[in-house]
Design a protein around this ligand. Sequence first.
Ligand SMILES: C[S@@+](CC[C@H](N)C(=O)[O-])C[C@H]1O[C@@H](n2cnc3c(N)ncnc32)[C@H](O)[C@@H]1O
Length: 221
Amino acid sequence: MSDAAKEWDERYRQGRGMPDEPSALLVGNRALLPAGGRALDIAMGSGRNALYLASLGFRVTGVDVSPVAVALCREKAARLGLAVEAVVADLEDYRLPANRYDLIINFHYLQRSLAGPIVRALKRGGVLFFESFTIDQLQFGYGPKDPAFLVRPGELREMFARLEALLYHEGVIEGDRGPKAVAQLIARKSAQVPNRGRGPIRARRRPSADERGPPGCQGRD
Ligand SMILES: C[S@@+](CC[C@H](N)C(=O)[O-])C[C@H]1O[C@@H](n2cnc3c(N)ncnc32)[C@H](O)[C@@H]1O
């Protein structure tokens, strides 16, 4: 088991994990959620957001490295009669399927190498909700202490520059533990498929026998 898994297991065992209430960004921007479909919760913890999405009718998969957190999520889901596919996995090694999700959420877990895979894992028209502490969080005495786990000004927007931003905000907001410095992004993967400059692809008509000519002929000269 990785150090991250051990550390987070201990936190969840001691009840120092995450709050039960779903994220205010998610609830407050419900109007920007897709109508339904498949949702992925990256590093879902004990599932506060995954369970909220399941209650709205999404088919939710949640991934987290902590078996204790995932067990808590499964217990809550059973108690509430909700279905969440709760997966124990280390996201450093986890392959996201391409073009699978209508919605991906990523709250307070920063793994920069996942930016490309997250964009690929969204279906066209799919939506990403992302919230991360910024470097300014260091002044508030809780949250990550290592700057590697905090985004720099403008960084979250740059990470997902290929997506169309529906909301982007950086600043200090009121959180459940007092003020918190965050970057928040809600963004959509374009419904248009870029065609890499080759013009529209048209179905090719099979040439008739006359057009094909005799066997061995590769076309007219
Ligand atoms: C701050 S909590 C956020 C949990 C959840 N997203 C939420 O907002 O309630 C960070 C989560 O990341 C998980 N985590 C840390 N490293 C991970 C990794 N390498 N792979 C998967 N999950 C990881 C932890 O177990 C923890 O549940």
